[in-house]
Design a protein around this ligand. Structure first.
Ligand SMILES: [Zn+2]
Length: 405
């Protein structure tokens, strides 16, 4: 039986409850097995468990943040890709990436994961188009769901190879698992999309797909016109959402990333399907896109999550900044909602809705200790989502990861 660990928490933001003082968090096998929510209860837990408790100092313990969408393989590029219209930005990005070798890209990938961990993120959903992520993340302390990104640009000659790439990794570790990442409707043929949906169903793996990020891609899907005309072969002549549905990619296994150009009636259809949605506030700001309003999505009952995207469209990889940016653009959104997006919502998008995202017995022991001393739960959520507090310690799967001085 694996060793138990007991964390003494001066303050803890437990799921659904009040802000708890002098809590005790008992961990075994990488999971939280019990939480004592009073000083007396914690003393009892220390006595009964026989475990020497760990005290990491003052601050508030919460569930670790979940970044539902990143491209860590681009971290080595730094912030060198200029702000350009989307299609030109993509080619500038590809050009910059091709100048870097696999060693530099792998090093960047690890540095990106370090940065996330040091800023409160215990789990990342990472899109991997080069096949580097699993090798790096298998030995990195962050928890990761790697989505092998597949695209064939609607060229049937590329379809089989893209599918093979996407389904190649099978075995993960205790903190590394895989999902399927069809890149986007306009870059993935219906045949490839259908086969990936099938693979995901067979392996019970989640799917992450960029969806309706730019107006131009929707236009090309429907009519073949717009900025992508001539760049891609013949358009399928259906809406991006019909395409998803026809390929069996619209369902509770799927996370749709961006959703910037979606009609009201389509929000309802997405909600009905059980798919969740990832918003990347800082990347959204980078492209100067029209305001994204989470309210209609939340009203429709869609589970929403937050992501950083990559450093090619974001000055940093820091989920604290994503929450703070969303507070700025949606000042009426309750901080609790934003916190849920950055924790439970992300867990759900990565296929770990029952396992991660809450400070609660039964969930993974993925915790963050923040340099804060709030007076109430509302005050805690206000500060956590709005003011990027320092991180003093991270625990992933029960293991302490660093101490920030
Ligand atoms: Zn992306």
């Amino acid at each position: 039986m694996s060793r138990m660990k007991l964390i003494l928490a001066r303050q803890a933001l437990c799921h659904g409850g009040l802000l708890v003082k002098d809590a005790g968090i008992l961990i075994r096998g990488g999971r939280i097995i019990e939480i004592a929510t009073s000083a007396a209860g914690t003393r009892r837990l220390v006595r009964n468990s026989g475990v020497v408790p760990e005290d990491h100092g003052p601050g508030i313990w919460t569930a670790g943040l979940v970044n539902a969408h990143a491209h860590l393989e681009l971290t080595a590029l730094g912030n060198t890709v200029p702000r350009l219209p989307f299609a030109r930005w993509v080619s500038a990005l590809m050009g910059a990436r091709s100048e870097l070798g696999r060693t530099a890209l792998s090093r960047g990938l690890a540095q990106g994961a370090d940065r996330l961990l040091n800023t409160g993120t215990s789990t990342v959903g990472d899109n991997d188009s080069l096949g580097l992520a699993a090798g790096v993340l298998a030995s990195h302390p962050i928890r990761a769901r790697v989505f092998r990104e597949a695209l064939d640009a609607w060229d049937p000659k590329r379809t089989a190879k893209a599918r093979r790439f996407s389904r190649a990794p099978r075995r993960g570790t205790a903190t590394l698992a895989f999902g399927f990442g069809p890149h986007a409707p306009f870059t993935v043929s219906s045949a490839l999309a259908r086969s990936l949906a099938q693979d995901a169903r067979r392996r019970r793996a989640p799917i992450s797909i960029h969806f309706a990020e730019s107006r131009g891609e929707n236009q090309w899907m429907l009519t073949g016109n717009g900025p992508l005309a001539g760049v891609l072969p013949k358009s399928p002549g259906i809406s991006s959402l019909d395409y998803l549905e026809e390929a069996s990619l619209l369902g509770s296994r799927s996370a749709l990333v961006h959703c910037n150009h979606v009609k009201k009636s389509e929000i309802e259809r997405i909600a009905q399907s059980g798919a969740c949605v990832v918003h990347c506030p800082k990347s959204h700001e980078f492209f100067r896109r029209a305001k994204f309003d989470p309210e209609p999505w939340l009203r429709a009952g869609v589970v929403m999550a937050l992501g950083t995207d990559s450093v090619a469209s974001n000055p940093d990889l820091d989920m604290r900044a994503e929450m703070a940016r969303l507070r700025e653009t949606s000042p009426n959104l309750n901080p609790e909602r934003i916190w849920t997006m950055a924790t439970e919502g992300g867990a759900r998008c990565l296929g770990w809705g029952q396992r991660l995202g809450r400070l609660e017995p039964g969930r993974a022991a993925d915790l963050a200790l923040w340099d804060l001393a709030p007076r109430s739960r509302a005050g805690a959520l206000e500060a956590l989502t709005g003011s990027s507090p320092e991180i003093r310690q991270m625990i992933v799967a029960g293991r302490a990861q660093h101490s920030v001085s």
